[in-house]
Design a protein around this ligand. Structure first.
Ligand code: IFM
Length: 780
């Protein structure tokens, strides 16, 4: 059971707590309380093992393909968190005996996980446990753990096994060769393993310090087994005695930038990682934790100074939860890596990146930490290799981005088979990898957004233009000419609404493809004028002169579904509005997403006006200038009742649109639902990992939604409309490189140019110039 209000004093609204243990709902806290730093992701499984646990440790970018018939995935590394504890010979488990005062907490501010409780064994011996853990933001390779045990009622003998356990898998798929184990100086345990196909070496080192009442206990018993190396410690405790165990681990891989070089040497990797462990171990848990906490303050909380005063403190916690997760999910250290749809918190979606990054996560970084946004876009630039491969394989030109991406050069990695078809009993085919193509335009749009917000010309020259041009070339080759209608169309696709497969002219896809080609035309025109040398070079590589003619002639004739005359509704695709309708009440009120599939299979759902997630509605957010307020309202009102929000990407989009449309109460309630996707009380929704995009959506709902921050026609626009529950909010965004602090109340907007550089913005139709600080009255 969750509790959200246990944080007191400096930690008010910083603490997520679990106050009752249940061995049947382990996935929830394992995921939402996971620890990481963008390099490592450590799922928060309990120290003692349970049947339904999922114990995962990932290193970003270390993809491996288990066999020919499976797609590449992030392998689950050896585990260092499990402790097999015995009290007077009885196995410690919360499934036996009695537990009191159980609290597990993730402190978002310090990024430390703690767990405390008093346990009385079946034989009546009471001990008090206190576990602590962090994954360092200061040293990305480092994991710190601590266990304190106090005997309360009886003299007891405590024994525990701890080490490195590589008897792990990704739900059965074993990604590593057996490897090599070694214990140095009876203390420093090392495991070296190599992935089976990508041949990435991983080195884990761990060391323990075990003390009773401050005195280190004698040498442990050393053990090795197949894929496992561990130490056994034993100590006698009188009532009041305290055992303290510190365990420090380092993780390095041959994919780390500094080792992924032509003169790579495994010996050097082992040496460096062991040396790091020896040095870190000397510092001790508390010192390492303080270094880590300083890093969180410096890099995160002082940098992302988002403050909200809400009558409902859960809102504040949820925004902090979002920023915590946005930090730990992002491999900011390496532009060869993207963000997984389940972050680094679970095996769901195999660590693959989707459009989730560009549409739902990048806005946070573009406005709050543009350097990280750049790194994430460079990942897509490196992905041009895979995108060109995919285009060529499908008979197209240019760059066709994979629906699911792993290592940048891999190309398409979407699995082909999915969940059970409840009618046929067969596996459902996943069509997204073949025909969910809008991601290509989503990425081009993100490049454009990044450039508009940051003005980063160097990025455009080196990477951005090429991405926008070659994606436009893909679309030009993808369009199909309809002779009868004398127009281009895009047929046989899946749009954002994945409940409609093989549709023609999905509005989102057509508009975004058109936008992609128009961007290419605009940028090519500008580049010819402003940097003819660069244009010439790109023209040589990409045959731009010919491509330009294609973009122009074809985009002009691309069919863009228009609002119907009678009700202004834009057809989601050519057939949607003619499909039958069913009563969706029970699915709209469902406890668990996807309940529709208990009664229908996808083929049947394909024939009904049921939308999985924002489709036309998200189009109206991304290309908002293309649609009038009346059209937006009509489409929101038409599609929302038909949308089940069965994808976590849906609610935040609807919250933002609802706020734009003046439906403030609805907007706030949709925002609340979005904040609860992972953080809320639902027990199983995060089992396979957190919903990275929805977490980005929480931030978007606040900043793009309630604060009304947008880029329109290349200009900054700020139309705030705070929920009634919020007294004020304050945050800093970067506009063209300058930090700009916005303070918003129910009746005013204050804009402060932190570097005193003059800039213009628009608020409710008026243009302002600010070079210092400006306060504007707004109507509440
Ligand atoms: O990218 C999303 C998609 O839009 C809906 N299904 C889940 C994917 C990963 O989050």
């Amino acid at each position: 059971m969750m509790n959200y209000t246990m944080g007191k004093g400096n930690f008010t609204n910083w603490i997520v707590s679990e106050v009752e243990f249940s061995p049947d709902t382990l996935g929830k806290c394992e995921s939402i309380m996971y620890l990481g730093n963008g390099y490592l992701g450590l799922r928060s499984a309990t120290e003692e093992a349970y049947l339904k646990e999922t114990r995962d440790l990932f290193v970003s970018g270390t993809f491996n393909k288990f066999d020919e018939n499976e797609v590449t995935e992030l392998p689950n590394l050896a585990d260092v968190t499990r402790l097999d504890i015995r009290i007077d010979g009885e196995r410690f488990s919360l499934e036996f005996g009695e537990t009191e005062d159980y609290v597990r907490q993730l402190n978002l501010k310090t990024a430390e996980l703690t767990r405390t409780f008093t346990w009385t064994s079946p034989k009546g011996k009471t001990v008090r446990f206190h576990f602590r853990r962090f994954v360092s933001l200061e040293n990305l390779h480092l994991i710190g753990m601590k266990m304190d045990v106090e005997s309360v009622t009886h003299p007891v003998t405590i024994s525990f096994d701890s080490g490195i356990n590589a008897q792990m898998s990704n739900t059965g798929a074993q990604h590593f060769h057996e490897g090599e184990r070694r214990i140095f100086d009876k203390r420093f345990v090392q495991l070296v393993q190599t992935t089976t196909q990508s041949k990435i070496d991983m080195v884990l080192n761990t060391a323990h310090k075990v003390m009773v009442n401050g005195v280190e206990v004698s040498e442990p018993v050393m053990n090795m087994d197949r894929r496992k190396v561990w130490l056994n410690f034993q100590a006698n405790l009188e009532p009041g005695d305290k055992l303290e165990m510190e365990k420090v681990t380092t993780v390095y891989t041959s994919r780390d930038k500094e080792f992924d070089t032509p003169d790579y040497d495994l010996g050097q990797l082992r040496e460096t990682s062991l040396e790091d462990l020896r040095t870190s171990f000397e510092k001790g848990y508390q010192f390492l934790l303080e270094e880590h906490q300083d890093a969180w303050n410096r890099k995160v909380w002082n940098a992302y100074n988002l403050e909200v005063n809400s009558k409902d403190s859960f809102d504040v916690l949820a925004l902090r939860f979002a920023m915590y997760h946005l930090t730990i999910m992002t491999p900011a250290h390496d532009e060869r890596m993207g963000i997984g749809a389940k972050a680094l918190s679970g095996e769901g979606y195999k660590g693959h990146s989707f459009w989730d990054t560009e549409i739902f996560i990048l806005p946070f970084f573009m406005y709050s930490n543009p350097e990280v946004a750049k790194s994430l876009l460079k990942y897509r630039y490196l992905g041009l290799v895979g995108a060109r491969k995919k285009a060529a394989e499908n008979g197209y030109e240019g760059a066709m981005y994979p629906w699911e991406a792993a290592w940048p050069t891999d190309g398409e990695v979407t699995p082909v088979w999915g969940a059970v078809d409840i009618v046929t009993g067969e596996q459902t085919k996943i069509w997204s990898g073949f025909i969910e193509q809008h991601i290509t335009a989503d990425i081009a749009n993100a490049v454009h957004q990044y450039y508009t917000i940051t003005g980063d010309q160097e990025f455009m020259d080196e990477y951005g233009y090429e991405m926008i041009f070659d994606t436009a070339t893909f679309w030009a080759s993808r369009l199909e000419w309809n002779e009868d209608k004398q127009e281009y169309q895009i047929n046989q696709v899946v749009g954002p609404d994945e409940y409609k497969e093989h549709v023609d002219n999905n509005a989102f896809t057509n508009y975004m493809a058109h936008h992609n080609m128009q961007l290419a035309i605009r940028y090519a025109d500008a580049l010819k004028q402003e940097n003819p040398e660069r244009y010439k070079a790109l023209n040589n590589d990409l045959n731009l002169d010919a491509a330009y003619k294609n973009w122009q002639s074809k985009s002009d004739k691309l069919y863009l579904p228009q609002p119907r005359e009678e009700d202004l509704v834009i057809p989601q695709d050519d057939t949607y509005l003619q499909l039958k309708e069913i009563d969706l009440t029970k699915y709209k009120n469902q406890e668990k997403v996807g309940s529709l599939f208990n009664e229908y299979n996808l083929e049947q759902v394909n024939q009904m006006q049921i939308t999985k997630q924002a489709d036309v509605v998200i189009l109206q957010l991304l290309l908002e200038q293309s649609f009038s307020k009346e059209v937006k309202k009509a489409n929101f009102n038409y599609y929302e009742p038909r949308t089940l929000h069965d994808s976590s990407l849906s609610l935040s989009t609807h919250a933002i649109l609802a706020n734009d449309l003046g439906e403030e109460d609805l907007a706030y309630s949709l925002f609340k639902r979005a904040t609860e996707i992972d953080l809320g009380p639902a027990k199983f929704s995060s089992d396979h990992g957190v919903h990275a995009a929805s977490i980005g959506g929480i931030w978007m709902s606040a900043v793009l939604g309630f604060a009304g921050v947008r880029v329109l026609d290349g200009k900054l626009r700020i139309n705030p409309k705070l929920p009634k529950h919020w007294d004020d909010m304050k945050f800093t965004i970067y506009w063209k490189g300058q930090p700009v602090t916005l303070t918003i109340t129910q009746s005013s907007l204050t804009v402060k140019a932190e570097n005193y550089e003059i800039f213009a913005f628009e608020t409710f139709g008026n243009t302002y110039e600010c070079k210092d600080q400006l306060e504007i009255k707004i109507n509440s």
